[in-house]
Design a protein around this ligand. Structure first.
Ligand code: ZN
Length: 426
């Protein structure tokens, strides 16, 4: 990355599936993206495991897997407790690429899980989860300008639960402000690396995936229009770039239809593997003696080991047996006559590095249509929510404007992105 003479521009589309961007490019909704596909390198990319934004984006910007960067989800349980903690950017153990020596000045806008903003040579406005714009902004001198613009980090998802019209209006406004801020910083700053992430794409897909699939849906054209507007930004950026600059478009995970929510802790309870001292449990702190395993979102399974957790009840000799029992239980889980589980990974299969101790023992990947959730307050194993779309693991995408100089690795995954950029010398 430091050996390149041109500038680096990354446009991220949170939750944009390979299949969807290909479809919209081919069908003229995203013509600028189609032009890039024609002259550059475009491929499918696997997300992180689990396929959630905090883990995937941290893997993208550090070029490492969670065993190194230490982020396994939006939540965690510190050793020796059942207290849910919410890791943030300060807990990431590997520096992002923009902290590398000699990389030059960077403008980083809306990368998820970069809150609170920390110092860098350049400018950073954190993406979600970011509650306070002041702490999301570096340097603080940029804050008055963001307030003047009326910059908004994320759409208000509560609106989506109330009214889809309200949600779409908020989505439009958030996008318009994001574009205003990108234009301002593009022109005002002397930068070498520019990263701009759109997260409305993920929100849109959660609430309106069915509107994409169904051409007769009331909001079908609204769905396409949002992505068309993002494509216009891509066209604008291409028009402002120099010959030697490199443009990358990518997503952190894919999307598909959600047919059912499966409450993993409720399922473990039904299987006799988890006990709560209260019903309904208020939090993970209500885990009782006799618990063999528990889960954190979306389906990260932890064996309740003696010595590791306050009411741990599994001895080291019993661990293998519990892992087998969990595997059998999830393999047998069915919804509507179909297997709910695509694959179950042991942590050693998917992670390596110094943070392996903090990793979940198993991570369960769902089949199409199934959305795993670990909220202990979920009253039944199978339920439905307002979300009609859910993340998928295998179909993120990567698109590079550089042609002829780059061959994407086989089984490309989000933690390879930094390496792919490094491999391109201009
Ligand atoms: Zn999402």
């Amino acid at each position: 990355m430091t050996g390149r003479s041109g500038r680096l521009v990354i446009v991220g589309l949170d939750g944009m599936p390979y299949r969807l961007i290909k479809d919209l490019a081919e069908n003229d909704v995203m013509p600028h993206t189609r032009a890039l596909m024609g002259s550059g390198v475009f491929g499918q990319m696997a997300s992180s495991i689990p396929e959630i934004s905090s883990v995937a984006w941290t893997s993208i910007i550090t070029g490492t897997n969670p065993g190194y960067h230490g982020i396994f989800g939006f939540t965690d349980i510190p050793l020796g407790t059942y207290r849910l903690s919410f890791p943030n950017f300060n807990n990431v153990r590997v520096p992002p690429f923009w902290k590398r020596e000699g990389i030059g000045k960077s403008v980083i806008i809306n990368v998820p899980f970069t809150y609170p903003a920390t110092s860098l040579d350049g400018v950073l406005i954190a993406g979600f989860v970011a509650l306070d714009l002041r702490k999301a902004t570096y340097p603080p001198s940029l804050l008055p300008k963001l307030n003047e613009i009326g910059y908004q980090i994320d759409v208000d998802s509560d609106k989506g639960h109330k009214s889809l019209d309200l949600f779409l209006r908020d989505l439009d406004r958030t996008l318009a402000k994001r574009i205003e801020v990108y234009r301002y910083l593009w022109a005002e700053e002397e930068w070498q690396n520019f990263v701009l992430v759109f997260t409305g794409t993920d929100r849109l897909a959660h609430f309106l995936w069915d509107a994409y699939e169904d051409k007769a849906h009331k909001y079908h054209s609204a769905f396409l229009d949002h992505l068309h507007r993002i494509d216009d930004v891509v066209g604008e950026i291409v028009g402002k770039m120099n010959q030697s600059d490199l443009l990358i478009m990518l997503s952190d995970h894919g999307f598909g239809r959600s047919e059912v929510d499966v409450y993993v802790n409720r399922f473990l309870e039904e299987k006799g593997l988890l006990r709560f001292s209260k019903h309904p449990p208020q939090s993970m702190a209500d885990i009782d003696h006799g618990t063999r395993a528990f889960a954190l979102d979306p389906a990260r399974l932890y064996v309740n080991m003696e010595g590791k957790y306050p009411r741990g009840s599994v001895s080291p000799e019993e661990r293998e047996e519990v892992l087998d029992e969990l595997t059998r239980a999830f393999e047998s889980l069915e919804f509507g006559g179909r297997k709910a589980v695509k694959r179950i990974y042991r942590k050693e299969e998917i992670y390596d590095g110094p943070c392996l101790d903090q990793a979940p023992d198993l991570v369960v990947l769902p089949n199409a249509g199934v959305n795993f959730r670990a909220n202990p307050k979920g009253g039944q194993v199978f339920d439905r929510s307002a979300f009609v779309g859910k993340h998928t693991q295998e179909d993120a995408f990567l698109l590079l404007s550089a042609s002829g100089q780059c061959i994407l690795p086989k089984n490309l995954c989000v933690s390879d992105v930094v390496g792919v950029i490094d491999s391109i010398s201009s």
